[in-house]
Write a protein that binds this ligand. Sequence first.
Ligand code: ZN
Length: 61
Amino acid sequence: MKFKLTCHQAHRLVIERMDRQLGSFERVRLRAHLVICDACTIFNRQMRLLRRAMRQLGQDD
Ligand SMILES: [Zn+2]
């Protein structure tokens, strides 16, 4: 397995992180990719905002 993630793999990890805890190696690889990739950094930020918004909606139930 290569250390370097493709954007496709990085997106998948960002999405999977919403459902499960990533392993430490996965987290390091994702972080390394986000440092060099603006597109995935933006995608990651949007998913975080979305998750926070969903959590706040859930709290109102
Ligand atoms: Zn990327």
